[in-house]
Write a protein that binds this ligand. Structure first.
Ligand code: KG4
Ligand code: ZN
Length: 351
């Protein structure tokens, strides 16, 4: 089955073509980073308008790159949520219009399920069951995954997501949006052990996370260095390094705990923060010590992209799941309400 995948939930227009027998044929991405940079974050209305401008040209681009025509498509998958509702509506409208015109099934996909399954696009994909660490700009969750749509939430952040904490720390350090990769780059110039940040909620049992205290700690550390007149580039880098180490350690401690608790040996990490090199290295070492393995997608498929939506959508479309005539756009959507592949419901949402 040849599926067109469309991702427009936030500030990236991502499109891809996935074939159930041949794999990923082509993908294209337009990032709106420059558009939102002046505002220090995503402006929803500007995001929607830009998706309108870029989406159809990107669809034509991936078709041309794969030597395919619109009439070759056999299914369309789009991100139905969670995300910015106006931005979601753009992807949903284009998907439904194309699907209607071509007479092919269309399905709204859960954005985090897309992230979760992105490592399946790599050479040695993880087998089920596994524990997944989902770390993006809006989510920090540990999930027991027994199969597609068989998700049990083990723990999540009670406040900020890990990516959100990276973005806020970046602002405090005078770095531009999007902050995560910039904090990570600055941290590389930092020295170990100059500052030590707390590892929130690691001293008590459980798999919950909290990152808002770390944000306050960063703010206070930056303010104190400024007051002492020592806030130069090296000190900024030292703070970034201590911040990154605290987030990484916290995530790693909880991942190990989740593996021990579930008896699972495979850990999948997905979402924008899973592109972080120190997190990958630390998880590989610490999970390796438990005799386990870590799986993740290539960096470009860790952050938002169309390939993950095409892949996830294809699995569900093959199982016969599809939308009704209505476009689905849900800003909030718990992932554990999704149906498994053998359930007849389309997306677990009331019609
Ligand atoms: O998955 P994603 O692209 O979008 C959402 O679904 O939210 O994740 C974006 C988040 C942002 O908060 C960004 O700062 C963070 O992922 N991020 C990183 C890195 N690359 C992206 N955080 C830390 N280190 C990175 N290398
Ligand atoms: Zn995402």
């Amino acid at each position: 089955m040849l599926v067109l995948g469309i991702e427009t939930s936030c500030d990236e227009t991502g499109v891809a073509l996935y074939d159930s027998t041949r794999g990923l044929l082509s993908h294209a991405l337009f990032s709106q980073v420059d558009l939102h940079a002046d505002y220090g974050g995503v402006v929803p209305e500007l995001a929607s308008r830009d998706h309108v401008r870029k989406l159809l040209p990107l669809c034509d681009e991936v078709l041309a790159a794969a030597g395919k025509q619109r009439s070759d498509l056999e299914g369309i998958a789009y991100t139905a949520g969670p995300g910015l509702v106006g931005a979601l509506m753009v992807g949903g409208s284009v998907a439904h219009a194309l699907g209607f015109a071509l007479g092919i099934p269309v399905l709204g996909v859960h954005h985090m399920e897309g992230h979760l399954l992105a490592p399946m696009l790599e050479h040695s994909p993880p087998a089920f069951p596994f524990v997944a660490l989902l770390v993006s700009g809006g989510h920090t969750q540990l999930v027991q995954v027994d199969g597609i749509g068989q998700y049990r939430l083990l723990g999540e952040s009670v406040d900020d997501a890990a990516g959100e904490a990276f973005d806020k720390a970046a602002k405090m350090l005078g770095l531009d949006y999007p902050g995560g990769p910039r904090v990570a780059a600055l941290a590389q110039q930092g020295r170990d052990g100059i500052y030590r940040f707390p590892r929130p909620m690691t001293d008590r049992p459980g798999l919950e996370f909290s990152f808002s205290g770390l944000k306050t700690y960063t703010l206070n550390t930056v303010a104190a260095a400024e007051q002492d007149g020592v806030l130069d580039d090296q000190v900024r880098a030292d703070i970034a390094r201590a911040f990154e180490a605290a987030v990484v350690d916290t995530l790693v401690i909880k991942c190990r705990r989740a593996l021990e608790q579930t008896g699972c040996k495979r850990l999948v990490m997905a979402g924008g923060v899973s592109a972080n090199r120190r997190l990958r290295e630390s998880l590989e070492t610490k999970v390796g010590q438990l005799g386990g393995s870590v799986y993740y997608a290539r960096p470009e498929f860790c952050t938002d992209n169309g390939a993950m939506i095409a892949y996830a959508g294809c699995q569900r479309l093959l199982a016969g799941q599809q939308d009704g005539e209505r476009i689905v756009a849900v800003p909030r959507w718990p992932m554990d309400t999704l149906p498994s592949l053998s359930e007849p419901r389309t997306n677990g949402l009331a019609d």
